[in-house]
Design a protein around this ligand. Structure first.
Ligand SMILES: [Zn+2]
Length: 282
């Protein structure tokens, strides 16, 4: 299997052959950076955890070289930082019992460049070797350029697959900007109550990101708890941990659907909800 970057790598926690590990993958997360998967796609990790009939695959599009660094990591070069972040991502793959994690190692600039074909081509190479049911991608309203670029490349790659090989669901998940604002009819709700210890460990292994004072481990858990409580005002909490997603499936069911217009429709429905309530109560 060839990818466009020489230093691309497939890490298989149980040591089995890469080709076989990909063939088992049913739930896939395509993320921009190391540690995004554990924030955005816990639903997929839990869906597959301990199951013989499902397997989770993480795909990391960029190398994480430009990440901020503090404390013991303060003097690390970009190359050393890349190595640390790759090691952390492998630890998470072991904790979460992923089928594999694939490091495609594109630069952030290449990923954001719509004329650079290689990130999408690499994704097509990978996706065609899995038996996909569900794909977790970044959501189109994220406020990190690299994340939105990753979502657009994921959609483009799935559109290049034959219809019978496409996932039945494509979800746009939360990282930088949560999705509490989505209109209720647009909101996909993931209940994440199983294995809370594993969920904590998955984020906690990314020490290089947390050591500088960014407590992603606490923030991610806090956001899930807040979503669970604030999701429905009139009923007791049925879940203690929740995350939200935007259902992007229509974009890979209909190749002619425009991603920009699709995102704007979601914003319009949110605006309509706010406007209707104020109008009703004024
Ligand atoms: Zn990221």
């Amino acid at each position: 299997m060839r990818f466009s970057r020489e230093d691309a790598e497939i890490f298989v926690p149980d040591g089995s052959e890469a080709r076989e590990a990909l063939a088992r993958a049913t739930h896939l997360c395509v993320a921009a950076h190391p540690d995004d998967v554990e924030v955005m796609a816990l639903d997929g990790i839990l869906q597959c955890f301990g199951r013989a009939d499902r397997a989770f695959l993480a795909v990391i599009l960029t190398d994480g070289a430009g990440s901020p660094r503090e404390g013991v990591y303060g003097r690390y070069s970009d190359a050393e930082m890349r190595a640390v972040r790759r090691k952390e991502q492998k630890k998470a793959a072991c904790v979460g019992e992923y089928a594999a994690v694939v490091f495609l190692n594109h630069s952030s600039n290449d990923l954001k460049d719509r004329l650079c074909p290689s990130p999408t081509e690499d994704l097509v190479t990978l996706l065609s070797r899995c038996r996909l049911q569900v794909v977790y991608a970044h959501n189109l309203a994220d406020r990190h350029d690299t994340h939105v670029a990753a979502a657009l490349r994921s959609i483009a790659a799935i559109r290049r697959m034959p219809r019978e090989g496409r996932p039945s669901k494509l979800y746009g998940c939360e990282v930088w900007r949560d999705l509490d604002w989505l209109a209720e009819e647009d909101k996909v709700v993931f209940r994440l109550d199983e294995h809370p210890n594993i969920a904590s460990a998955l984020v906690a292994v990314f020490d290089s990101q947390i050591a500088g004072g960014k407590r992603y481990d606490l923030a991610v858990a806090g956001r899930r708890q807040a979503h669970a409580t604030f999701h429905q005002s009139h009923s007791v909490d049925v879940s203690s941990l929740v995350s939200f997603a935007m259902d992007l499936t229509p974009l890979v069911a209909n190749d002619g659907l425009d991603a920009l217009g699709f995102a704007q429709d979601h914003i319009r429905r949110f605006a309509g909800d706010v406007s209707a309530r104020i109008a009703r109560l004024t």
